[in-house]
Design a protein around this ligand. Structure first.
Ligand SMILES: C[S@@+](CC[C@H](N)C(=O)[O-])C[C@H]1O[C@@H](n2cnc3c(N)ncnc32)[C@H](O)[C@@H]1O
Ligand SMILES: [Mg+2]
Length: 221
């Protein structure tokens, strides 16, 4: 099996599960036009996030790492009418594209896009009393994954679901001597998960459009 096969299977399954539509395609087109990197979740992964939001009955979602709002939109689709997503993005340009995408999708009312380094905006959220969140999706700079995981816990309640993206990194997560900041940050976050008694966790390895990667998923006990 090659990466081409993974992509072909992804396309077939995305079609069978209606994981893509004109609104989502328009987000990807707008991101591309604005020169954003194509590092969003895949359509099937986005649908997975939408389903997780529904399955855990989420009303309040926190996302760290917005890009053009593809995953944001997917999670917002899994919320009830009074649901809300707070999404944190460092790059003003990414945030601007995301806001326009969410507006076009008719979901802008449900989403607050906050610009700044997440390690600055997270304490502000806490002092506003924004938590606890029902679902937290961590998908920003992987170097700070351990910090983001600690913040997710601070802003959680028992039952909160935490998802950490891109933890397999084409298998590089196995490399204990890696000098990649992303691998090191991800491994430290996985160590925290291993040692944190409040978290019950698993990791789903994935192949598909986005290569070989995976999600760590945890529930707060
Ligand atoms: C992988 S992309 C997010 C993809 C998005 N979640 C999706 O699937 O559609 C990571 C994003 O995190 C942002 N980012 C990087 N460092 C950050 C930081 N310190 N605080 C907040 N966002 C950051 C990047 O600018 C980028 O837009
Ligand atoms: Mg990701």
């Amino acid at each position: 099996m090659t990466e081409q096969d993974w992509s072909a299977v992804d396309a077939y399954l995305a079609d069978r599960t209606h994981a893509t539509d004109a609104t989502l395609d328009a987000v990807l087109a707008a991101n591309d036009e604005a020169g954003l990197p194509a590092i969003d979740v895949s359509p099937l992964q986005g649908k997975f996030l939408q389903l997780i939001a529904r399955m855990c009955g989420a009303r309040k979602v926190l996302e760290i790492g917005t890009l053009g709002g593809y995953s944001t939109l997917c999670m917002a689709r899994g919320l009830p009418d009074d649901g809300h997503v707070t999404t944190l993005e460092f790059e003003p340009k990414h945030a601007e594209v995301a806001r326009a995408n969410l507006q076009r999708a008719g979901l802008a009312e449900l989403v607050d896009v906050r610009v700044g380094a997440a390690l600055d905006t997270l304490p502000a959220l806490e002092s506003e009393g924004a938590g606890p969140f029902d679902l937290v999706f961590i998908d920003a700079d992987k170097t700070h994954n351990p910090d983001y995981l600690q913040w997710a816990l601070r802003l959680s309640r028992p039952g909160t679901v935490i998802i950490l993206d891109n933890v397999v990194r084409q298998g590089h997560v196995l490399d204990a001597d890696s000098d990649s900041p992303a691998v090191r940050g991800t491994r430290r976050a996985l160590d925290l998960i291993a040692d944190e008694p409040r978290l019950t966790a698993t990791v789903l390895q994935t192949v598909g459009d986005k290569g070989w990667d995976g999600f760590a998923m945890a529930i707060v006990d």
